[in-house]
Design a protein. Structure first.
Length: 174
C-alpha cells in the first residue's frame, strides 16, 4: 500500500552532492572579508614647485602646495608652505600658511606662521598667528573669525587692524 519514500530519509540527498552547488556557494563571504582591488584613496602628497621654477599666473587647489621657486600670481590651497628660497608676489589664501621665504602681498589664513626666515610685505588676515623671533614683517595684522571669506573686503572688519612695526618681530603668538 504505502511505501516509505526516500525523499524524507535522513542523510545526503542526490541533489546535495552535485558539483555545481558548492561552486555557487563559494563566492558568498561575509562583508568584513571583502578586500577591494584598489586601496582607499590616501591624501595625495603636497605639490612641490622647485626652486628653479618661475610661474606667472594663479594657482588653485584643494590640496597642499610647497613653493620653493617664484610665483607671480595668487595662490589658494589647503596647506601652503613657502620655502626659504621662495618668492610670492600676489595674494595667498590657505587654511594653513607656513612662511619661511618672501611674500609681497596679502596673506589670508586660518593659521598663519611666520618662521625666523620669513619676509612678508603686506597685510595678514588670520584667525590665529604665530611670529617667530627674527621674522621680518611690514604691514598690518587683522584677526577675523573667517579670514578665508572674500566678503569682508568691503564691509567693516570684525576687529580693528593692529598695525605692526617694520623690522624684526618678537617671538610670540596672537
Amino acid at each position: 500500500m504505502f511505501s516509505k519514500s526516500k525523499i524524507n530519509e535522513p542523510g545526503p540527498k542526490a541533489e546535495d552532492t552535485s558539483a555545481p552547488k558548492p561552486a555557487a556557494e563559494a563566492p558568498r563571504q561575509p562583508a568584513t572579508e571583502y578586500k577591494p582591488s584598489t586601496p582607499p584613496k590616501a591624501k595625495p602628497p603636497a605639490s612641490v614647485l622647485s626652486s628653479d621654477l618661475h610661474i606667472t599666473g594663479n594657482l588653485k587647489t584643494t590640496g597642499d602646495i610647497q613653493v620653493e621657486g617664484t610665483v607671480e600670481g595668487d595662490i589658494r590651497a589647503h596647506l601652503l608652505t613657502i620655502g626659504e628660497t621662495a618668492t610670492i608676489k600676489g595674494e595667498v589664501v590657505a587654511d594653513d600658511v607656513v612662511i619661511n621665504g618672501r611674500i609681497v602681498g596679502r596673506v589670508r589664513g586660518l593659521k598663519v606662521r611666520l618662521t625666523a626666515t620669513a619676509r612678508v610685505e603686506g597685510d595678514i588676515i588670520h584667525k590665529t598667528i604665530a611670529i617667530e623671533s627674527g621674522a621680518h614683517f611690514e604691514g598690518s595684522v587683522q584677526r577675523q573669525d573667517d579670514p578665508l571669506s572674500t566678503r569682508g573686503k568691503g564691509s567693516a572688519p570684525a576687529a580693528a587692524p593692529q598695525p605692526a612695526r617694520a623690522g624684526s618681530a618678537s617671538e610670540g603668538e596672537a
